[in-house]
Design a protein. Structure first.
Length: 676
């Protein structure tokens, strides 16, 4: 080894004295230090190499023929690459020798001929992302390949020789060999034909048509009922032959066709198609045939409409049992109708409408009154004096009448019973504090009643109705009771057949809505919201009921998931009544003995909020169902206290299903959370 290094050093000294073009060296190194070899090459080639401290190891190199300095430099670069090292430009004729880790982030070294470099390839036909996946295994471990979709380019960093190889491969594969062909159909629907061909070309074992052959792309042209194909020339040719054969066979089929609908209602779709072909509307479903087919109405022949080519008049009926349409028409008319049905028979979106009705009321009342009575027996000199007020209870005259009737009327008379009932009702209608004083002095009867009451009643009504319905379909929700309301009666004593007519009326929370989904996610709501309750009888002597009712009927436009207030009521009423004896009731202090005061204050705040949410797919439906299920389950568990949920047991054992679980979403969900 020392002898070889000495020979190499001698050769380097001779190389400095001779012209570089004539310097030749023969290498024969056995386990030589790589750092010493780099230093010797630097002296021979006139290049400067800065060696990283991490560069360690030995090399074995042998050459049978003398090497020129450029060839010696190539040997050095190859040796560095074989040992996981790389030479990076650091100035004019100056390079750093470092491990090749992270070489793709270092400056290019293409001026060395076999160094590490970066190149950009612009693709013409291939997709950059797909090409990157194909070429990635060909890039060295220290290299890198990146795809830029914006410019459909590839950025590759690798050794120069590998870049040349990749460049040649890209040139060979980046060629558009696909062919394009258009097939016009006369007897079949373009979309139907595409569905059949996709099933034929599907990869075996793949789910449905989702795994169709990627070598062929097909697109329907509805305006001309054509199919555009693009792909491998052989595959396009065979597919065109298949499509043309299917179209020819469709021309020889019967003129009667059965179309089974997947989403739409055949009964509702039937009048639309009948208008399209100029057919008279069919009879209602209740008048259909026993087999469920609605026959066409008997009418005079109608000329073909513009949508119906040919001379034959089309007829359309529907079969209720299978939700299917039966079309009798020529092939071209059947194709037009099939295309209309395809566009109308789509899965419709749903709308979840949630409402919050909040009503806060506060009722206060104050009453203060004094009643007195003074009366004497017959032929006495004691005058009759009494005060009586309608806003005070009990009634002093009613009590005095019952007391006088006990003395003057027979015990079993109807008049005495009536006086007693009036007195009892007056006492039962009293509220608050009652102070009374009465008696009999000689031939005089006297009594004094003081009534004082203050009441304060407040209420907070919160209801959260919600209903889910299809787009453009009405829905109604009612949570309440049906109460009897008298609409007429005959109860006179002279009537031998007394009767009363009663009508049931809904009382509670009602929500009626018809949503319409617009472009851009906005929703038009035709809405009626009602909250009603029983306030009580009209009066003590009249049993008919008074109903409290709050109702909003409106049409609003709301964005998906937004909350908007539909309407509200801010109502405040104050009523004060004073009944007094003229003159005496105005006296200071003593005037309170000759008057009765009553004050009532009513304050009510009512607001109705609404929030619609579009349910586009099963994931959205699960996202709004799972939180509500969890909310009810937690409420039940908290109420029972034993950690058992009867709701969950019913879902698992009765429905034989798993409880709904909210789907995992990367983006924030728009599904509303349940009210706490």
């Amino acid at each position: 080894m020392k002898r070889a290094l000495s020979l190499l050093l001698t050769a380097a000294l001779l190389l400095c004295a001779a012209p570089p073009a004539l310097s030749q060296q023969t290498l024969n190194l056995q386990n030589a230090d790589i750092r010493a070899f780099i230093q010797d090459v630097a002296r021979v080639t006139g290049r400067t190499f800065i060696i990283d401290p991490r560069v360690q190891g030995t090399v074995t190199i042998a050459s049978n023929t003398p090497l020129m300095p450029p060839e010696l430099l190539d040997v050095l670069l190859s040796t560095l690459r074989a040992n996981g090292l790389i030479a990076i430009p650091a100035g004019e004729n100056t390079y750093r020798v470092v491990p090749d880790e992270g070489a793709a982030q270092q400056p290019d070294a293409n001026d060395l001929g076999a160094g590490f470099g970066t190149e950009v390839f612009r693709l013409g036909s291939l997709d950059a992302a797909a090409a990157a996946e194909v070429l990635r295994p060909l890039v060295g471990r220290q290299g890198a390949i990146l795809a830029t979709p914006q410019g459909n380019t590839l950025v590759i960093a690798d050794y120069a020789d590998n870049l040349r190889r990749i460049r040649g491969l890209i040139t060979q594969i980046d060629q558009d060999r696909a062919t394009t062909q258009t097939v016009s159909l006369r007897n079949s629907s373009a979309r139907e034909i595409i569905g059949v061909v996709n099933q034929v070309l599907a990869v075996p074992g793949a789910p449905g048509v989702a795994a169709r052959n990627s070598r062929l792309t097909m697109a329907p042209v509805d305006s001309s009922n054509s199919v555009v194909l693009r792909g491998d020339a052989v595959l396009v040719r065979s597919t065109v032959e298949m499509i043309e054969d299917l179209d020819r066979r469709a021309a020889s089929n019967d003129d009667v066709r059965v179309v089974r609908l997947q989403h739409a209602n055949a009964e509702k779709l039937l009048p639309v198609l009948q208008q399209l072909v100029g057919q008279a509307p069919s009879a209602p479903a209740s008048q259909g045939a026993a087999q469920g087919v609605a026959p066409a109405a008997v009418a005079a022949p109608i000329p073909p409409s513009p949508a119906q080519p040919g001379n034959r008049r089309a007829n359309i009926a529907w079969f209720e049992g299978a939700n299917a349409l039966v079309i009798s028409a020529d092939p071209e008319t059947q194709r037009v109708l099939a295309d209309v049905i395809r566009q109308l028979d789509t899965r419709r979106e749903q709308v979840l409408v949630e409402a919050i009705v909040v009503e806060i009321s506060d009722d206060t009342a104050k009453n203060l009154g004094v009643q007195f009575l003074l009366a004497g027996e017959k032929r006495s000199n004691v005058p009759f004096i009494a005060t009586n007020y309608s806003n005070a209870a009990p009634n002093a005259l009613a009590l005095a009448g019952a007391l006088g009737g006990e003395k003057l009327l027979p015990k079993d008379s109807d008049a005495l019973d009536a006086l007693r009932n009036t007195a009892v009702s007056s006492l039962l209608g009293a509220n608050g504090v009652l102070l009374g004083l009465g008696g009999e002095q000689g031939n005089a009867l006297f009594g004094v009643i003081l009534n004082a009451v203050k009441s304060d009643a407040s209420s907070n009504i919160l209801s959260t109705p919600s209903v889910l319905t299809l787009d453009n379909e009405p829905a109604k929700l009612l949570v309440g009771q049906e109460i009897p309301v008298t609409t007429g009666e005959v109860l006179a004593d002279s009537n031998t057949n007394p009767f009363r007519t009663v009508q049931r009326q809904d009382v509670g929370v009602q929500l009626e809505v018809k949503p319409q989904i617009n472009a851009g996610g906005a929703i038009t709501l035709l809405l009626r919201q009602e909250v009603s309750s029983i306030a009580g009888p009209v009066s003590a002597g009249f049993n008919e009921l008074v109903l409290n009712k709050r109702e909003i009927t409106t049409t609003v436009l709301i964005d998906d998931g937004d909350i908007v207030v539909l309407g509200g009521l801010l109502d405040q009423n104050e009523r004060a009544s004073v009944e007094k004896v003229p003159g005496l009731g105005d006296l200071p202090v003593l005037g309170h003995l000759f008057r009765s005061n009553a004050i009532e204050r009513n304050k009510r705040n009512l607001m109705v909020f609404i929030r619609p949410t579009i349910i586009r797919n099963p994931v959205d439906a699960q996202a709004v169902t799972a939180p509500r299920y969890d909310y009810m389950r937690r409420q039940e568990i908290d109420a029972r206290g034993d950690g058992i949920s009867a709701l969950e047991d019913a879902v698992r054992n009765y429905l034989r299903a798993e409880p709904p679980v909210a789907p995992t979403q990367t983006a924030p969900s728009t599904a509303p959370a349940p009210a706490p």
